[in-house]
Unconditional design. Structure first.
Length: 126
């Protein structure tokens, strides 16, 4: 199985001081991982916020270095937003888009979020 990482999972994996880094790092060993433009952009956006404090160049380097080392699959965002499964509320539009995108490509969406009720979601074990 290939797992499309959601933004929070990618952040936890690449930021060693993240509270869930060990959880995600232990889980991902031996798994086939994937990213898409939305998860990459989300990582860059959040990594450059004051709570993480990376510059844009630093965040891009972190992502680039990880991609070179780990070689995740790359999934294009080739699903129209209106063709994704409809979320129960507006706060889950991105989650349901990513889950629908993963499902379209025969993947699962790897997440730390226990509140996503979608057939493609895989909750990373504790």
């Amino acid at each position: 199985m290939i797992y499309l990482l959601d933004v929070s999972t990618l952040i936890a994996l690449l930021w060693e001081l993240h509270v869930h880094n060990e959880r995600v790092t232990c889980w991902q060993n031996g798994e086939e991982l994937a990213v898409c433009p939305l998860t990459e952009l989300g990582f860059l956006r959040i990594s450059t916020q004051p709570s993480f404090g990376a510059s844009v160049a630093e965040a891009r380097k972190m992502l680039r270095d990880w991609k070179r080392a780990r070689k995740p699959h790359f999934v294009p965002c080739d699903l129209d937003s209106l063709d994704s499964d409809e979320p129960p509320g507006g706060m889950q539009t991105m989650d349901f888009y990513l889950a629908s995108l993963a499902w379209k490509h025969g993947m699962r969406l790897a997440t730390l979020d226990e509140g996503i009720e979608h057939k493609a979601v895989f909750l990373i074990p504790t």
